[in-house]
Design a protein around this ligand. Structure first.
Ligand code: F6R
Length: 608
């Protein structure tokens, strides 16, 4: 969940590391730090809080040096203090390292190292790695890192430098992503390609167990068995603009407005209008294998889990397959029954969520075929899965997920169509759906025009203490997602419920101070939702309704109507969620919240 960056080359490392850290801040922002080597010595700088503070420090007192490592932290072990910020040092300040991951046997290692005279300055698990490397023998830093790491249980994406080996960074990976960036006579290290995109598009994603040594002269990689490896160089095809704010005041708003384009990217080249299905080569699922599937299990967390709930209805309706949707964090610890003829689908924007990864591994052990719906190319889930669907939504930097959600729903629709076709389900409905899916980017464009009106509504409710979000059928998960968006960025308590469940408890909360958002497009459950709206109205609740264009029936019942274009019910989440994203965004801005970096959160949850 932390961000790691490193540089060796002819340029000054400081500004490159700071720019990289700023781009990685969405991965954690409790503290930041860097270590820079100037050829004869190493200097260390750390701050509590944002990278901007580190920048101010270095602007006031520039640190020369052409190699170094940097880190932005999301605290797990130890409070967000300056001592606990990375880089961490060994006893003599010879070794400095930055770490993303968790050292599970930290306590045992600390007890083992302490009698040998090691003294620990921090509360972190990461510091222990510096002392382990200090103790390890070897004539080069990479040898010592290789001898130290077998003692470690847990996960790491690690970058290490040594005072006595200037111009060298040693990196290692197990369970936490780390990549090398290949420039022209210069090299980069990063936990995430966004950090180095402005310098190079050629990257090598390290595999678990890899240890690489990077100098200005080149790089070498060995695997966990000390065998030299020639890893594939990948090209990143994101535009730099996708990681820059451009016109928007926040990444979240930018990403909400990108959705016509990002949904189109998820669809591009995959729909087969004539056959009413989708082509998904990346799934690596033959027609015979698809036909043999008897059930689908979806595992995911947070917003991705909400997409999974929609996926359940999509796949059940289109492919007539039973689908079970599980919180990955729960599923991974449940006793696994045998899963023959099962397709397990892990959904993850980052492709690094620890619980989702482990749930997928558990399903594989139980005999399931495992595929991923992932945005980040080369991420751990993407690499471990038997196949999958990339979202192609470009980097999502706002911590609150928006464009990944609509692309996940789109990918699940593609999967539903694909499975339906492979299983011989008649294609008429598929053809109609494909036609409508091609129109979705334009429909989203239309919904985005509500932005100003939604900002006006946000002004009325920005001081609310609670919110309720209600929906039914395929729009119940949209209600969950709307409430999650609001609570995570505005810190207003919000709950999502299936609209009819309200009378089994939450209705007690309703009075004139309780804004209730109904997701009520015209669909087979619309009339039922109207009854639920009546129940709230009767108790004085303030109602915002997302409903279908042309529907004027609710005028007398609700306080605010937000009309979205008519689309087939299964596609409706793609348009109904947009007003909820915008509502959460504007309320958070009006409350002065840090929309892109909400408190306590991080973009990629690599700890369980
Ligand atoms: C909410 C949000 C989180 C993520 C969750 C899973 O806005 O972003 O709930 O959806 O942490 O992350 P991924 O999709 O990366 O596995």
């Amino acid at each position: 969940m932390c961000g790691v960056v490193g540089y060796v080359g002819p340029r000054q490392a400081g500004p490159i590391l700071l720019d990289g850290l700023q781009r990685l801040e969405y991965r954690g922002y409790d503290s930041a730090g860097l270590a820079i080597h100037n050829g004869s010595g190493m200097s260390l700088h750390k701050v509590v809080g944002r990278v901007q503070r580190l920048r101010e420090l270095l602007d006031a007192d520039p640190v020369p040096g052409s190699s170094g490592i940097g880190h932005t932290r999301w605290a797990t072990h130890g409070r967000p203090t300056e001592e606990n910020a990375h880089p961490h040092l060994d006893c003599d300040g010879e070794i400095a390292l930055v770490h993303n991951g968790i050292i599970e046997n930290a306590d045992q290692l600390r007890s083992r190292l302490t009698p040998g005279g090691h003294s620990f300055r921090t509360e972190t698990d990461s510091e222990i790695l510096a002392h382990l490397i200090e103790d390890a023998t070897g004539s080069t830093l990479e040898e010592r890192v290789a001898r130290a790491l077998p003692h470690v249980e847990g996960t790491y994406g690690l970058a290490v430098v040594s005072r006595s080996e200037p111009g060298k960074i040693v990196v290692a990976r197990k369970g936490s992503p780390i990549l090398l960036g290949l420039g022209d006579g210069e090299y980069f290290v990063a936990s995430d390609a966004a950090a180095i995109l402005e310098h190079t598009r050629s990257v090598i994603y390290l595999d678990d167990g890899d240890i690489a040594a990077v100098t200005m002269a080149g790089y070498s990689i060995v695997d966990g068995y000390a065998q030299v490896q020639d890893r594939i160089v990948s090209d990143i095809d994101w535009e730099l603009g996708t990681v820059e704010l451009g016109w928007a005041p926040h990444y979240m708003l930018k990403e909400i407005f990108e959705q016509p384009e990002t949904v189109l990217s998820t669809l591009r080249g995959r729909l087969r209008p004539d056959e009413g299905t989708a082509r998904l080569h990346g799934l690596n699922l033959s027609a015979a294998q698809a036909a043999a599937i008897e059930r689908v299990v979806i595992v995911a967390c947070g917003t991705s889990w909400h997409a999974g709930l929609i996926g359940r209805q999509v796949i059940e309706q289109l492919a007539a397959l039973p689908v079970q949707v599980e919180y990955a964090s729960e599923y991974r610890y449940q006793p696994q029954l045998a899963l023959p003829n099962t397709l397990t689908v892990g959904i993850s924007q980052s492709g690094e969520t620890a619980d989702t990864l482990e749930a997928m591994r558990a399903a594989r052990r139980a005999g399931s075929r495992v595929v991923g719906i992932v945005n980040v190319v080369g991420s751990t889930i993407a690499r471990e899965a038997d196949g999958g669907i990339y979202l192609h939504a470009g980097p999502e930097i706002g911590v609150a997920s928006t464009k990944a959600f609509t692309s996940q729903i789109t990918a699940l629709l593609l999967l539903g169509l694909h499975l339906a076709h492979a299983r011989g389900v008649p294609t008429d409905e598929g053809r109609e759906l494909v036609r409508e899916m091609l129109e979705i980017p334009a429909r989203i464009e239309q919904v985005l025009r509500l932005n100003t009106r939604i900002r006006d509504i946000a002004r009325i409710y920005a001081d609310a203490g609670n919110f309720l979000y209600l929906g039914r059928g395929v729009n119940f998960p949209v209600a969950l997602e709307g409430s999650l968006k609001l609570k995570e960025i505005s810190y207003i308590h919000a709950e999502g419920y299936p609209a009819a469940e309200m009378k089994h408890g939450p209705i007690a909360l309703i009075d004139e101070n309780m804004p209730v958002v109904f997701v009520a497009p015209t669909d087979p459950v619309y009339q039922k939702v109207v009854s639920n709206i009546q129940e709230v109205k009767a108790r004085g609740g303030r109602i915002i309704a997302v409903c279908t264009e042309g529907n004027d029936d609710l005028r007398a019942l609700v306080d605010h109507q937000l009309w979205v274009p008519a689309v087939p019910p299964l596609l409706s989440p793609l348009v109904t969620v947009i007003p909820l994203q915008l509502l959460a965004y504007h309320i958070a801005v009006l409350r002065g919240c840090d929309v892109d970096r909400p408190r306590n959160l991080a973009k990629s949850v690599t700890v369980e």
